[in-house]
Design a protein around this ligand. Structure first.
Ligand code: CO8
Length: 257
């Protein structure tokens, strides 16, 4: 089955998903999210895929959840239908996800970007949680992930007033990994993805799991969790290969076992 709201292609071990509702600045509607989740399910179980890139257009990564779709919703319906919960599928994706963000990343768009692991921003990117201007609040983790990323002071101002951040502000406050010129965004994202795709997938996935655990647990528990994963990697062929390659002064050839 094809896709109508996203474009999906594979480049070697890299899956690329492009949000594609240009007339609505990639506003996120239920159909788009269902397609994104289907693509993620496919990449998750595909042994040939090591990492994915999520991107939009030069003008918009995504300008938020689709306001026209949400306009008529009621509380009982959103509650019984558990509206938004399925939108968090991305945050449970176990392989690395690189967000390549150009233009608007607002509301649900900013939340989607923050669910990714490495966030590259083009110099024209703008980040914000403007839901308050619509009489609502962030609904897919914005108030939580933004606060952890930029701290209470910045997050409060953004969530309470809808103020948006330029790419350079987002960089300064730690919301993004780095800023690159718009024209270089996808080349840089592919370089990062390619670097990861050439590493040992089990160790990459464990590194992701371990970093994410730091948001969920105490320091002591997190360190014990990390240590068990670290120790377990000595059972892998890739640990033998990686260290042998270093000692023999050659590039490693990982086989993801
Ligand atoms: N929903 C639906 N349509 C949208 C959205 C949106 N979020 N954003 C833009 N569009 C549409 C416009 O309606 C317009 O369509 P049309 O031509 O048919 O009128 C088209 O895209 C182009 O938009 P503009 O003409 O407004 O373009 P401008 O360049 O003048 O402005 C802006 C660009 C500043 C981005 C402006 O469009 C804007 O403010 N958009 C809304 C931003 C916003 O409020 N986002 C938050 C939405 S609420 C939300 O995200 C809740 C999150 C819930 C969880 C989601 C989980 C992933």
């Amino acid at each position: 089955m094809g896709y109508e709201n996203i474009l999906v292609h594979v480049d070697g071990r890299i899956g690329v998903v492009t949000l594609n509702r240009p007339k609505a600045l990639n506003a996120l509607n239920s159909a788009l999210i269902a397609e994104l989740n289907r693509a993620l399910d496919g990449f998750e179980t595909d042994d040939g895929i090591s990492t994915i890139i999520l991107t939009g257009s030069d003008r918009a990564f995504a300008a938020g959840a689709d306001i026209k779709e949400m306009q008529g919703l009621s509380f009982p319906g959103t509650y019984t239908g558990d509206f938004i919960t399925s939108w968090e599928r991305l945050s449970r994706f176990r392989k690395p996800v690189i967000a390549a963000v150009a233009g608007y990343a607002l509301g649900g768009g900013c939340e989607l970007a923050m669910m990714c692991d490495i966030l590259l921003a083009a110099d024209n990117a703008r980040f914000g949680q403007p839901e308050i201007q619509l009489g609502i609040i962030p609904g897919a983790g914005g108030s939580q992930r933004l606060t952890r990323a930029v701290g209470k002071a910045k997050s409060m101002e953004m969530c309470l007033t809808g103020r948006t951040l330029s790419a350079s502000e987002a960089d300064m406050y730690g919301l993004v990994s780095r800023v690159v010129p718009l024209a270089d965004l996808m080349t840089e994202a592919m370089k990062v993805a390619d670097t990861i795709a050439n590493l040992s997938l089990p160790s990459v996935m464990m590194a992701k799991e371990s970093v994410n655990r730091s948001f969920e647990t105490t320091l002591g528990e997190g360190i014990r969790f990390e240590r068990r994963l670290f120790q377990s990697l000595f059972a892998s062929d890739d640990q033998k290969e990686g260290m042998a390659a270093f000692v023999e002064k050659r590039s490693p050839n990982f086989n993801n076992r």
